[in-house]
Write a protein that binds this ligand. Structure first.
Ligand SMILES: Nc1ncnc2c1ncn2[C@@H]1O[C@H](COP(=O)(O)OP(=O)(O)OP(=O)(O)O)[C@@H](O)[C@H]1O
Ligand SMILES: [Mg+2]
Length: 466
């Protein structure tokens, strides 16, 4: 069935322009009506609800800005493309702020108009083909939920199910951001220790002596600065779980003491003589390859076997890409601006781009990318433009030459690099345009103008990096 022609309202007080646009757009297959002033635009927006309004800013009775304000306050949703004389004006920015979809500057050429209109309808169609977030909001628990149905994750779930209750020591390995802490948390919640505390210690964050006193506590006067007796994390985790994060970074001396706790369930505080007994479940995690550390003499082999009674390995995200769509849906829910906000949407094209990326930062990087996209899309549909991957990492600099090769045009390359820098600055500033503009050394007006241009370039920001 043929689609009904799209209805465009052309509003301009200049009869020459009206006629020119009407003839041209009818030639392009649109159904065109006209308005001579702002009042007429408003009444058309109320009554006939055109699919798109192409509107001059300077019009008698009610100017374009006033029309936009009225439309906004009356909740009239017809999309508007504004026409203004000369670019970069505060009027154009105001129009965009008031909800205009786009603007073109006069004198315009008809190609430019027709491109802006096509872009609009394309985008509208895109959002009509959205994937909707599955699942109900009220059934959503942001904590402690492991997402992913890939075979690799299924086997992780099975292991968790088997070991949680046993109280056995578990070693969780995997690259950064693969969900090691999440798995540790889940094991704890599903174990017989779940009524007790889950105590976390980052073994990489502290120098040796401080780490030992952190883990085992110290007696008063044990070392300079030990003015009081202090309980260690092992004692605090009694009848609960202790999570030793980054265990691969522990010094050999501390490793020896840890081994003893695992074997005998007892230790002494630093500077103490009385032996303390604890009943604590140990879960350790590392993003190092511990076998290699053992081979290199950095990690005790006996401790490795003690810790790894049960070993759960979390594969990197790039090896389980089928989990990406589910994770995306989940993070869109998790990071909704507020619980009652409408579900967030993402275009299929954007999901495809996420599937192509190799995710060196794994699930954490994906989560951050989605969080940023939510900020950048300002509640609208998330498209490829809003996907800013971690751009600055070794060998992944913003290279103009690269972009030139890809786009085949200096202008397009410069625009692409500029767009990326802008989105990056915006995400660094958490969407604060003023702050982003400052960091780029440009006035905020310029940033806004560039932003609306960048939004409309078809080249996906971030594409071609992986
Ligand atoms: N399968 C998953 N489902 C849902 N969220 C996940 C999953 N995996 C990781 N996450 C989320 O990604 C983020 C990073 O996960 P986590 O902190 O557990 O990673 P990690 O392996 O401990 O990383 P690091 O080695 O850098 O400490 C967290 O916000 C976590 O909730
Ligand atoms: Mg971690």
């Amino acid at each position: 069935m043929a689609r009904e022609p799209r209805r465009i309202l052309v509003a301009d007080d200049d009869p020459t322009i009206r006629t020119l646009l009407q003839d041209f757009l009818e030639g392009e297959g649109y159904e065109v009506s006209v308005a001579l002033d702002g009042e007429q635009v408003l009444s058309e927006a109320r009554d006939t609800k055109p699919d798109l309004i192409l509107m001059d800013v300077r019009m008698p009775k009610l100017d374009g800005i006033a029309v936009l304000e009225r439309m906004k306050s009356e909740g009239l949703s017809s999309p508007v493309i504004v026409m203004t004389a000369f670019g970069g004006s505060t009027l154009a920015i105001k129009a965009i702020q008031l909800g205009a979809y786009d603007y073109v500057t006069k004198p315009f050429d008809l190609d430019e108009i027709s491109e802006a209109i096509e872009r609009f309808f394309e985008r509208q169609q895109l959002s009509g083909e959205l994937r909707h977030v599955r699942g109900r909001a009220d059934a959503f628990n942001p904590n402690d939920k492991i997402i992913g149905n890939s075979p690799a994750m299924q086997s992780v779930y099975k292991t968790i199910g088997k070991v949680a209750a046993s109280g056995a020591t578990v070693l969780i390995s995997g690259e950064t951001g693969t969900g090691k802490e999440l798995v540790a948390q889940t094991i704890h919640t599903n174990s017989m220790f779940s009524q007790g505390p889950l105590v976390k210690v980052n073994c990489a964050a502290l120098p040796e002596t401080l780490l030992e006193s952190e883990l085992f506590g110290h007696e008063k006067g044990a070392f300079t600065g030990a003015v009081n007796q202090r309980k260690g994390r092992f004692e605090l985790a009694h009848k609960g779980t202790i999570f030793l994060d980054e265990v691969g970074d522990m010094s050999l001396g501390t490793q020896k003491k840890l081994l003893r706790v695992l074997q005998e369930h007892e230790f002494e505080r630093v500077g103490g003589i009385s032996t303390i007994k604890v009943d604590t479940r140990v879960i350790a995690a590392t993003n190092k390859k511990l076998e290699e550390e053992v081979a290199a003499g950095n990690f005790r082999e006996d401790l490795y076997y003690r810790l790894g009674v049960i070993h759960i390995h979390l594969p990197p995200l790039r090896e389980r890409k089928e989990d990406i769509p589910d994770l995306v849906d989940y993070f869109l829910q998790k990071h909704r601006p507020h619980p009652d906000a409408a579900p967030l949407d993402i275009s299929q094209e954007a999901v495809n781009l996420l599937m192509e990326h190799d995710w060196p930062g794994n699930v954490r990087e994906l989560e951050n990318t989605i969080e940023r996209a939510i900020i950048l899309s300002q509640g609208g549909v998330i498209t490829t433009h809003h996907l800013v991957f971690n751009l600055i990492r070794p060998g992944r600099t913003l290279d103009l030459r690269d972009a030139l090769q890809r786009t085949g045009s200096l202008r397009a390359a410069m625009e692409e690099v500029e767009a990326r820098l802008i989105f990056e600055a915006l995400s660094q500033a958490n969407g604060d345009q003023q702050q982003a503009a400052e960091s780029l050394g440009i006035p905020v007006e310029e940033l806004r103008r560039k932003l609306s241009l960048a939004e409309s370039t078809k080249e996906a920001v971030g594409a071609g990096q992986s």
